[in-house]
Design a protein around this ligand. Structure first.
Ligand SMILES: NC(=O)c1ccc[n+]([C@@H]2O[C@H](COP(=O)([O-])OP(=O)(O)OC[C@H]3O[C@@H](n4cnc5c(N)ncnc54)[C@H](OP(=O)(O)O)[C@@H]3O)[C@@H](O)[C@H]2O)c1
Length: 249
């Protein structure tokens, strides 16, 4: 039986419509939270997630937004305040991956990658810091590539890397209000996000690097975020690497 430890809490989930964010939205709702389900282009996924939550007796609302635009980030939190009277938990699962050598990367690709992976993450944390109730929880999603020494992911890992510092600074700056700020950095996760830039051989390699010769499942990561969003308030300014022992050479 699920404990309703998030009863009457309000959670804003960036990229909350599908994959990791979709399961997180449903899990928060099952635990009693009211959920603001953000989506970018996948309206039907957002509708399905909201419908599933409502059919299970929960409350959720979908909000579209391009989170590289600060006005859209603010509108997301406005929705939480206008619909549910405030927000207690803010998780940003948005991101974009590119595997490409530095010598071939264009200015446009660099700007796009840093726009969603770094800029959107920064202003999401900023707005959460402004709008969350005291004792709120802010969680960003990084990547285990932050602890790796590998090729091809300069703008992805590089775009996510600043989140470690955004997280630390925000943890200090919001601490007097009891708000914890953390980042969860999974290993390669079995979602469509992962496969586009990997060959079958590399998928097998990635599997071989973790416990049980398998990729991370979204079900492996959600309980960790759930913990940080409920019980884990004394853990702040940190990056967790839940990756099944994954290492990259
Ligand atoms: N899958 C992996 O191997 C893996 C491993 C480690 C960490 N991660 C991280 O885990 C998080 C979730 O990934 P996932 O695997 O669950 O894939 P996902 O569902 O594709 O998550 C990425 C989300 O970011 C959204 N997004 C992209 N550009 C946006 C923009 N400009 N404005 C607002 N939202 C935007 C996407 O929406 P649209 O699709 O509509 O653009 C999508 O909802 C990501 O931050 C990713 O970097 C993934």
């Amino acid at each position: 039986m699920t404990e309703n430890t998030l009863r009457d809490k309000v959670a804003v989930v960036g990229g909350g419509e599908k994959n990791l964010g979709g399961l997180l939205s449903r899990t928060f709702a099952e635990a009693g939270a009211k959920v603001v389900v953000h989506y970018h282009s996948s309206e039907s996924d957002a509708e399905q997630t909201v419908k599933a939550i409502q059919e299970a007796g929960g409350q959720a609302v979908a909000v579209q937004g391009d989170l590289t635009k600060v006005a859209d980030v603010r509108r997301l939190f406005d929705t939480a305040v206008d619909t549910y009277g405030g927000a207690d938990i803010a998780v940003n699962t948005t991101g974009m991956v590119l595997r490409k050598p530095i010598l071939e990367t264009t200015e446009e690709e660099y700007d796009r990658m840093f726009g969603i992976n770094a800029k959107a993450a920064y202003f999401f944390i900023q707005e959460a810091g402004r709008r969350l109730n005291d004792h709120g929880k802010i969680i960003s999603i990084g990547t285990s590539l932050l602890a790796a020494f590998t090729d091809g992911y300069s703008t992805y890992a590089g775009g996510k890397a600043p989140l470690e510092h955004f997280t630390r600074a925000a943890a200090k700056e919001f601490a007097d209000r009891g708000i914890s700020v953390n980042m969860v950095a999974p290993g390669p996760m079995d979602t469509p996000f992962f496969y586009g830039q990997e060959t079958p051989e590399r998928v097998e390699f990635h599997k071989s690097q973790a416990m049980g010769n398998q990729l991370t499942q979204i079900e492996d990561i959600v309980p960790i975020i759930r913990f940080l969003a409920s019980e884990g308030w004394w853990f702040t300014g940190q990056t967790m690497f839940p990756n099944g022992g994954y290492t990259t050479r």
